[in-house]
Design a protein around this ligand. Structure first.
Ligand code: ZN
Length: 298
């Protein structure tokens, strides 16, 4: 099978997260004056250049002489520290803002990745202000990467919700479905959340059976995508399925098998709308088409 390299958003290796600096406030304070600081508003949007093509980080020294306690340390890149601050904890002007979906399309991969990391961390902090065990206030530690409850002494860490997403083929056809809430004519591969106590490959088989009534024989991991909207990880698979007639009616309002020729014809006629290219679902579909010797033109 022809391999289509990952080209979806957040598929680049991240910058050095420099974990060892998270417990070294002296080193972080030394990085602060020249650091790049991403300012996030309450929706996770970040300050960007007026044309929206680059981040508009502030220098640490422009924001505060000393590193604020609320600063989230993101990464060390080419000797420069990168931090995030939320506008809730900063007096800086808002300026032009970009949301993460737009950032994923417009910004250089390094900058989009920083934005994704900052958004995910900031969302976790904002939504985990109190200890789930005892209800007392949490105190951020490790430069924002963990939180401690001083009442019951437990520590909490950013959570990621895992979902599987899978291109199921019966050998010559690809299984696509659509949810009623999607734009008209939009079809995509099957996806769903991992359940507690479940292996990823079992989640693949269960979701495909539940949503489309198709039996999966085997599945293989092919790639993953951080999806911080707000805190997901999409774990991508390809799977071999039995050529069962799709049955749906729960999450999906339609599910069908498509040949490569039917996908090409549907896209050309405007009758089939595939997922946006920033998502791993688009890559899974295009990867399958490439494997069929029928790659989709850009
Ligand atoms: Zn507690």
């Amino acid at each position: 099978m022809d391999e289509l390299p990952p080209d979806y958003a957040f598929s680049q290796p991240p910058p050095d997260h420099a974990d060892h600096l998270r417990d070294d406030p002296v080193a972080l304070r030394a990085l602060w004056p020249d650091a790049g600081v991403l300012l996030l508003d309450e929706h996770g949007n970040v300050a960007a250049s007026a044309d929206g093509q680059r981040l508009a980080p502030l220098r640490g020294a422009e924001l505060a002489a000393q590193m604020p306690d609320t600063a989230l340390f993101l990464a060390l890149h080419e000797g420069r520290g990168w931090f995030a601050l939320t506008t809730a904890t900063s007096v800086a002007e808002a300026g032009t803002r970009i949301d993460l979906r737009a950032a994923a399309l417009a910004l250089p991969a390094f900058e989009a990745g920083l934005h994704a990391q900052a958004r995910a961390l900031a969302h976790w902090q904002a939504s985990h202000r109190h200890c789930p065990s005892c209800g007392h206030a949490l105190r951020p530690i490790r430069a924002g990467h963990a939180a401690r409850c001083d009442h019951c002494q437990c520590e909490h860490y950013p959570r990621t919700d895992t979902a599987i997403i899978v291109a199921v083929s019966d050998g010559s056809r690809l299984l696509l479905g659509r949810q009623a809430t999607w734009p008209a004519r939009r079809y995509s591969v099957i996806a769903g959340f991992l359940e507690p106590g479940e292996r990823l490959e079992d989640a693949v088989a269960r979701e495909v059976a539940e949503e489309a009534g198709v039996r999966v024989r085997s599945s293989r991991y092919v790639g993953s995508q951080p999806w911080p909207f707000p805190a997901n990880l999409m774990v991508g698979f390809e799977a071999d399925g039995e050529p069962d007639e799709p049955r749906f009616g729960g999450e999906l309002e339609d599910a069908r098998w498509f040949t490569a020729a039917q996908i090409h014809a549907g896209v050309a006629a405007g009758e089939l709308l595939l997922s946006p290219r920033l998502s791993i679902s688009s890559w899974l579909i295009r990867r399958w088409l490439a494997g069929q010797g029928a790659p989709l033109a850009r």
